[in-house]
Design a protein around this ligand. Structure first.
Ligand code: ADP
Ligand code: MG
Length: 333
């Protein structure tokens, strides 16, 4: 059997560039070289570059090929490892669709919709899952701080609509802090959300597809010493504890897994996807409930990331995981 040529796409245009490079390193190390010829291509706004030892080769974007020493290399599939734009929001998916190259992630429509927190929250809510009360702001809107706070209460959360890694996210305690937080979020995006603060424990559920069937990974509970799961807590050792399996009852665990599976199907997901929630505490006789936070269609895959730990907890090596993902991509898409 001839090895398949895989373009591993990393980098990207957002502040998650470094995270993507870390994920890319782990993906490259664990994509089985007995099965795949992996060409890691770093994408920035300026260039799409393959680093061939000492020399750099630019991708020909007209036909998605590389020419190395007069030899033209074409790809059987792409493994997108870019968090944020253009890997997680449908742009590369659209390009690869045009080039007729299968890829490891959700399709372009699912990617675009799930990268939009406002739209995906509206959908998830219509599908019967709880979401935080949200005020949507566009850069062109006039902002009335009092009426926002009246709706969301305090504290509240301010975040860019389309972003990741908690970049531009602020927990706001007083109305005085609201406008500066909105400004921070608008520095990242033209659309900003102000959300009701949901108290509880963060629970996340990873799912991937194998042999056309979704496999649910063990749930993870996130415990952080910081105010919330911010950039520092996500990427600095010692600032958060990710406990897998989550320390919740079997009933709650089943509820979360089934809900995530249902969302995976409804959003028409492919590949590795992570659904994030906040599970509220039992209060005044109210039962615990999952509030949907967001869906990550290109979750982190670095050593520090959650999905690799969830896979390990189920006895799945990264080698097996990435091989299954790639085989699924090559066979069924
Ligand atoms: N409505 C909310 N209530 C409580 N905490 C929140 C809320 N929204 C976000 N957070 C906190 O902020 C973090 C980042 O928010 P999230 O919406 O997941 O954005 P990102 O895509 O940047 O990860 C979450 O993991 C959580 O810790
Ligand atoms: Mg998040």
């Amino acid at each position: 059997m001839i090895n398949k040529n895989i373009a591993l796409l990393t980098g990207g245009f957002s502040k998650e560039y470094e995270v993507s490079v870390s994920s890319g390193r782990v993906i490259a190390e664990n994509l089985d070289s007995a099965l795949f010829n992996v060409y890691q291509i770093n994408i920035t706004a300026e260039r799409w570059l393959y680093l061939d030892g000492s020399s750099a080769v630019e991708v020909d974007r007209n036909d998605f090929s590389l020419t190395i020493k007069d030899h033209k290399i074409r790809f059987d599939a792409a493994f997108i490892g870019i968090h944020g734009t253009p890997g997680e929001d449908g742009k590369l998916q659209g390009y690869l669709d045009l080039m007729n190259i299968p890829y490891n992630t959700c399709g372009r429509t699912t990617s675009a919709v799930t990268f939009n927190k406002y739209l995906s929250n509206e959908l998830v809510s219509a599908w019967g899952v709880k979401v935080a009360k949200t005020v949507y702001l566009h850069r062109r809107d006039e902002i009335n701080l009092d009426s926002i706070v009246k709706y969301t209460g305090l504290p509240c959360f301010v975040k860019p609509n389309s972003n990741g890694s908690s970049v531009g996210v602020t927990k706001v305690r007083t109305i005085k802090e609201l406008q500066p937080a909105i400004d921070i979020a608008f520095a990242e995006d033209d659309e900003v959300l102000v959300q009701e603060y949901i108290t509880g424990v963060e629970i996340t559920c990873g799912i991937y597809e194998k042999d056309q069937k979704p496999v649910v990974l063990p749930l993870t509970e996130i415990v952080t010493a910081n105010e919330f799961f911010d950039y520092q807590a996500k990427y600095t050792q010692g600032y958060s504890d990710e406990i897998t399996p989550a320390r919740i009852s079997d009933d709650l665990s089943k509820e979360c897994s089934e809900m995530s599976l249902s969302l995976y199907r409804k959003f028409n997901c492919r590949g590795i996807v992570r659904f994030d929630y906040i599970l509220t505490p039992e209060q005044n006789g109210n039962k615990r409930e999952f509030y949907f936070l967001e869906v990550n269609t290109i979750p982190g895959l670095s050593e520090a990331s959650i999905v690799p730990k969830q896979a390990a907890a189920k006895g799945i090596s990264l080698n097996d995981l990435f091989r299954d993902i790639m085989n699924e991509t090559l066979l069924h898409h």
